[in-house]
Design a protein around this ligand. Structure first.
Ligand code: FMN
Length: 226
């Protein structure tokens, strides 16, 4: 594959939140997850768990749980001062996307949820113990928390997953908002084992609407040190 082809693929992927009725074939989703599992990941421990959900009632239950928890949060007095997330404005001359006609979550034809297994790392345990009395170990413990190899590993798989889905002609969006709203409910709906945290969900479907996006210039986000 030429770099120009890869560039086209990468730049053509958008977060899709608008759905057609067309069902998504299970085999495609399984293939996408299989390819995602070839992403680099810490110690090749492959601590990810993917859940492909095609059952409409479960997709709706997940969407409803997130909406209910959000509604509850909106009733907090503290929320009166909260302006909410405002997406960056589109570049000049580009139309902002219309509001979705269907719920990006509850009406998604399919959904992939991504879990991260919790595993006890003997090295981490030892450092945590030593950090109680050793400043250097305490610093190391803090750095290790900032690095969060567990989440980085699973995120690496999600990045691959989105690109493969896009190559397959499917729309998808990486979402953590609904998980922060209703992680417990969602894990119950899916019967997720207690040693797994669902960290993201990806609604998937065919879509005729592709929004625009933009990125900062590479020179604004990258320093070449030589
Ligand atoms: C960690 C992470 C969390 C995200 N959470 C949400 C979310 O909760 N809801 C949502 O609509 N989009 C979510 N997104 C999608 C981003 O908003 C989107 O990738 C970004 O605006 C750039 O748009 P693009 O993917 O079309 O290029 C998330 C993306 C990432 C990587």
């Amino acid at each position: 594959m030429e770099t120009a082809e890869l560039e086209k693929l990468i730049k053509g992927r958008r977060s899709i939140r608008f759905w057609d009725d067309k069902p998504v074939p299970e085999e495609l989703l399984l293939k996408a997850v299989e390819l995602a599992s070839w992403a680099p990941n810490g110690a090749n421990a492959q601590i990810w768990n993917f859940y492909i959900v095609l059952d409409k009632s479960k997709i709706k239950a997940i969407g409803d749980a997130a909406a209910a928890n959000m509604k509850n949060m909106m009733s907090w007095p503290e929320m009166a001062n909260f302006k909410g997330f405002t997406p960056p404005p589109p570049p000049p001359g580009v139309e902002p996307p219309p509001p979705p006609k269907r719920s990006p979550l509850s009406d998604a034809p399919a959904m992939i949820l991504i879990g991260a297994k919790r595993r006890e790392n003997p090295m981490d345990k030892m450092i945590a113990e030593r950090a109680k009395t050793d400043e250097q170990a305490a610093q190391r413990l803090q750095w290790s928390g900032a690095i969060d190899s567990r989440i980085q590993s699973v995120a690496s798989g999600i990045g691959y997953l989105l690109l493969v889905l896009h190559q397959m002609g499917l729309g998808a969006t990486w979402m953590t908002g609904p998980i922060s709203q209703a992680k417990g409910d969602i894990e119950k709906i899916l019967n997720v084992p207690p040693d797994v945290d669902i960290i993201a969900l990806v609604p998937v479907g065919y879509s005729t609407y592709t929004p625009v996006s933009f990125r900062k210039l590479v020179n604004d986000v990258c320093q070449v040190i030589k």
